[in-house]
Design a binder for this molecule. Sequence first.
Ligand code: GDP
Length: 325
Amino acid sequence: MTIQAAASRVPYALKGKRVWVSGHRGMVGSAIVRRLAQEDCEVITAGRDSLDLRNGEAVSRWVADTRPQAVFVAAAKVGGIHANNTYPADFLYDNLMIEANVISAAQNNDVEKLLFLGSSCIYPKMAPQPITEDALLTGPLEPTNDAYAIAKIAGIKLCQAFRKQHGADFISAMPTNLYGPGDNFDLLKSHVLPALIRKMDDAKREGASHVTVWGSGKPRREFLHVDDCADALVHLMLHYSDENHVNVGCGEDLTIRDLAEQIRTIVGFPGGIELDGSNPDGTPRKLLDSGLLRSLGWAPRIGLADGLQSTYEWYIAHRDIALNT
Ligand code: GDP
């Protein structure tokens, strides 16, 4: 099948389909599962204990046995700036293996449609802002997460190659920084937003005088609630079929310092904020241009203030689990 033929396959219907959400225990995967409850489809999942996605033979066997018709590739090794900077081999190897195994097994077992999830860190460190999809591979990457970025760029290219060579209807979406229920709150492995919720909440409980925020506080980041992200991904699954990857963002960013202030207010921590410049800033700004997604008829619904409030409430209600995963 040609690229043109593949591009004409929208709208795609999920109704009545067997849909594999890989990575269904993660923050994004579990949000996709929640969102798919509205689609009248059969969601299938594989637990980490029963299927190691880095094992190609096991993945081939599982896909051949379960025969999904649509696949969301939400499985990935993810982490914040410290984890990415400390474990580049794991971030590169695990992600390359997971995506290569899942995407090739989907092709070999006639999966009708696949959506691969990447990240906004695929773009050059100094990409013009807001970042359009065509900024990909136009300059050097941010060194603190280049291993993860290279793996995710390879995943996009794999989907494009399967589309070009085999006519596979495989698409890619690049979400901005995500947050919400089910996030990782580990102080060394998490992203900034859950890290600051935890730090502020710990400091309030302990009566500490201040909370430490890494870096200069000046980098700007865009944050999208994971339920909005899952809604956008399902929208793309239904309405998009082309080789170009699609940015998924809300269109607004703020400084890390402002984020810390907002979280301080929501948590009700009365102390101060101290900046620790010995930790890296990473990319100075990451704001996606999500014009392509908007033109496909999707818009976000959860503003940052509401999203932070509900995420903090989720954290308080699940603190024991969140601190032990
Ligand atoms: P990034 O978007 O890939 O850089 O990932 P992060 O979410 O880990 O970090 C975003 C920014 O927040 C960086 O400039 C970090 O230095 C800064 N930051 C401030 N405090 C923290 C923290 O406690 N944890 C993390 N992960 N980042 C922090």
